[in-house]
Design a protein around this ligand. Structure first.
Ligand SMILES: NC(=O)c1ccc[n+]([C@@H]2O[C@H](COP(=O)([O-])OP(=O)(O)OC[C@H]3O[C@@H](n4cnc5c(N)ncnc54)[C@H](OP(=O)(O)O)[C@@H]3O)[C@@H](O)[C@H]2O)c1
Length: 250
């Protein structure tokens, strides 16, 4: 027995009968028992970029109703026409208002100002942040450290009336957008504070063939998840690949 799997035994010898009177503990919930999200509308802020378009395409192809957002409605409508599968385009505000789940896929530079300006539109929504704050120099990509700790924590601070989660950081937009590719074999680390919200986002990831949404902790753990993309970029450059993540033994 190790120190991490030890079970306390002292005090378990309960002869008072109190144990018998305690209500039975509910059985642990199956972590793979996730909600049905097929009827939810998904909006994508910054949905005209490679990541937003790629996610929109994959989710819509899986049968999800998707609206892509842009700072200019016409740009979003044009991108939506290209994507097909019933994808609609609108400005970012309308996209937020009409959606149940809103994925944030704008560049880090525009993250704070975009969310601040959409605070009212995003009230009550489940927000999924996939933004990776990165810098680039001669040595390659490196992680930036946002003042709030991470992009996701910045979102949570700016959107007190929304439910903020973080996911979809490690996907290749190239693979997402390639219509010849049927499956994206990768895991999606999902972080958040409320279990129900995390499970909704896990279920959303599971809609895409080959993907698994895996709970990966609270938002305070988002910085290292966002930062890992710098390592993946190094992998991709060396091996000419579009590397993703697989969590083993889960
Ligand atoms: N690319 C990937 O493989 C990948 C993978 C995982 C995560 N991500 C993350 O996903 C986010 C989007 O990546 P991307 O490569 O798709 O980015 P991008 O092409 O640079 O930007 C996405 C869209 O955001 C809008 N935008 C640009 N500058 C903006 C600003 N200052 N304020 C508000 N909106 C702005 C633009 O749409 P409009 O001009 O139409 O408004 C643009 O098409 C990034 O934060 C990235 O870290 C990317």
């Amino acid at each position: 027995m190790t120190s991490t799997d030890s079970t306390p035994t002292a005090g378990n010898d309960d002869t008072s009968g109190a144990a018998a009177q305690r209500p039975a503990k509910a059985p642990a919930k199956d972590p793979w028992d996730l909600p049905d999200v097929s009827g939810l509308v998904v909006g994508v802020l910054g949905g005209t970029g490679p990541q937003g378009k790629g996610l929109a395409y994959r989710l819509a192809r899986a049968g999800q109703k998707v609206i892509i957002g842009s700072r200019a409605a016409e740009r979003a409508q044009e991108a939506a026409r290209e994507l097909g599968h019933g994808v609609e385009g609108a400005d970012n505000g309308e996209t937020a208002r009409r959606s149940d789940i809103v994925i944030v896929a704008v560049p880090w530079e525009g993250h704070g100002p975009t969310l601040e300006s959409l605070r009212a539109d995003l009230a009550g929504k489940l927000v999924v942040d996939c933004v990776n704050p990165l810098g680039f120099d001669k040595k390659g990509a490196y992680a930036l450290k946002p003042e709030e700790g991470s992009a996701a924590e910045q979102a949570a601070a700016l959107l007190p009336d929304s439910r903020v989660t973080a996911a979809f950081h490690h996907l290749s937009a190239v693979l997402l957008q390639d219509p010849e590719i049927e499956r994206i074999d990768t895991d999606v680390m999902v972080l958040g504070e409320a279990r129900a919200d995390v499970e909704t986002v896990q279920a959303l990831a599971n809609r895409i063939p080959g993907m698994r949404g895996i709970f990966a902790g609270r938002l305070r753990g988002a910085h290292q998840v966002e930062s890992l993309v710098a390592n993946l970029i190094s992998v991709n450059r060396r091996y000419k690949a579009h590397a993703g993540l697989r969590l083993t033994d889960v």
